[in-house]
Design a protein around this ligand. Structure first.
Ligand SMILES: *Cc1c(COP(=O)(O)O)cnc(C)c1O
Length: 475
């Protein structure tokens, strides 16, 4: 090692000496001795590495005062950030899987706050005064809303399928159309879920066309289930054919097999509520006669993460007695948020109360007014062109693939500064703003902005304009 490197390394004081400095004492009071010490060790190690690699040739005494402590604060803040944190979704993708899918209704938040902070009748039957079944609230609501005989709530839709496969199909064949072997968000793939559930996949048909005879021919010894999967995140167009849930249910019944419909997106489809293009509804799926229907709680239903299974009492009883359920069940927080979400449907107030449905249902006039309001405010602070243009939003999150909802976008085109600098600054804001970019412009879609988001977006733009630098500030 070169002598100057050794000299620089020796200039670093012992950790305990630094901890005794005023900054150290103040941070220890806020974050605990062990945490500050660990953060300091990490920062000093990085400094040591940069000396060894030749990146730094500054001795510790010459490092700008405060720099080390700023870095320690950065490490501590990362550790102590309880995350996930709120972000503003200005992308116009209503169910954004990376942004936590459905925002909950005000009533769901209220109920989970109350139930979370107190004892509850989670597994207690208040009428009988003895142990009750977990989730009985949701069961009754789901039966009334969907026409199903019985319901069961688990951790997510993947867990719902896992439980079904593990209960009814271990070691057996499950028939799925080649056109429905979907992947949802990378970690969920139908073939892998089948394998994890102990079943083996029997593929039938082709990518674009599957016929009833394909299923019939596949029904052989060892096959116990016909499964239909909703192509929830892509669109098949052209020379295509698929077999309806009703036909699959019929064939399964005749062959003495089970039929399962993985609906995924979970559009409830109550009578009198407009359909969503390309979305099969839960109500239709149940009335098609398939034995079991599954869907997510946090997609189009607009509730918390959950997997919902609908079917006969007899089949659901078998699912309830599978010991795997213990590992897949939901907690009181989820159940209270789900209960409140379902209540909105029972009251026929879902389109006003459930954020996801409200956002999907926003009309053009409202969107245009909100876009204009936001554009007027941004024009005051943004160094460049701000205008309102026609565009489209998406439902996203594994539902209504290809469906484009017309919207009005605020388009901000910086005059001189780099658009990527803007994206990064806005993403690093408080709260972070996530938006779309197209050909050198920032695009903000008012459809996915929640109450109060506009002023936060404006605040973020002001901060970004100030930090992006000289040219940005000149309007
Ligand atoms: C979203 C989706 C899943 C996975 O649901 P999670 O609740 O995320 O586990 C499975 N199948 C289909 C068809 C889906 O759309």
């Amino acid at each position: 090692m070169r002598a100057d490197v050794r000299r620089l390394l020796r200039s670093i004081p012992p950790v305990d000496e630094l901890l005794a400095e005023d900054e150290g004492v103040a941070l220890v009071a806020r974050y605990s001795h062990a945490s500050v010490r660990d953060a300091l060790v990490i920062v000093l190690d990085r400094y040591r590495e940069s000396i060894k690699s030749g990146e730094t040739e500054v001795s510790f005494g010459d490092v700008e005062p405060g720099v080390i402590w700023t870095r320690v604060c950065d490490v501590l803040q990362e550790w102590f950030d309880p995350g996930p944190q709120k972000v503003i979704n200005a992308t116009g993708v209503v169910l954004h899987t990376n942004l936590g899918r459905a925002p909950l209704s005000a009533e769901a938040i209220r109920r989970l706050g109350v139930v979370g902070a107190s004892y509850s009748d989670l597994e207690y039957d208040l009428k009988a005064g003895k142990r009750g079944s977990r989730g009985h609230f949701a069961v009754e609501a789901l039966r009334r809303l969907t026409g199903a005989e019985d319901a069961l709530v688990v951790n997510n839709n993947a867990a719902a399928l896992l439980l079904i496969l593990n209960t009814f199909a271990p070691g057996h064949g499950v028939v799925v159309s080649r056109g429905e072997l979907v992947e949802i968000g990378g970690s969920f793939r139908i073939p892998e879920v089948l394998r994890a559930g102990g079943a083996h996949l029997v593929e039938v048909g082709t990518t674009n066309r599957t016929h009833p005879s394909d299923y019939r021919n596949a029904i052989t010894e060892g096959v116990t289930m016909l499964m239909k999967v909703h192509r929830s995140n892509f669109h098949l167009e052209g020379f295509t054919a698929e077999v309806s849930a009703g036909d699959i249910a019929d064939m399964a019944r005749r062959g003495g097999l089970l039929s399962v419909y993985d609906l995924g997106s979970g559009y409830l489809g109550r009578k009198g509520v407009p359909r969503l293009a390309g979305e099969p509804s839960v109500v239709d799926a149940v009335s098609s006669g398939v034995d079991l229907v599954t869907f997510s709680g946090d997609k189009l239903l607009g509730g918390p993460q959950a997997g919902i299974i609908l079917g006969s009492q007899e089949l659901l009883h078998e699912l309830r007695t599978n010991h795997l359920l213990r590992a897949l069940r939901v907690d009181k927080i989820t159940l209270s948020a789900l209960g409140a979400t379902l209540s909105a449907y029972l009251n026929e107030r879902e389109r006003e109360e459930i954020p996801v449905l409200r956002m999907i249902g926003r009309d053009q006039e409202e969107l245009e007014n909100r876009a204009r309001g936001l554009a007027d405010q941004l024009a005051e602070v943004f160094p460049g062109r701000v205008e309102v243009v026609a565009g489209s939003s998406r439902v996203g999150g594994g539902s209504s693939p290809g469906l484009e909802l017309p919207t009005h976008l605020v388009r901000c085109t910086p005059r001189t500064s780099d658009v990527t600098a803007w994206i990064e600054r806005l993403r690093g804001g408080e709260p972070p703003v996530i938006l779309r970019v197209a050909s050198g412009s920032l695009l903000l879609d008012p459809r996915t902005l929640l109450a109060g988001d506009e002023s936060a977006v404006l605040g973020n733009f002001i901060c970004a304009a100030n930090s992006i630098g000289g040219d940005a500030r000149v309007r």
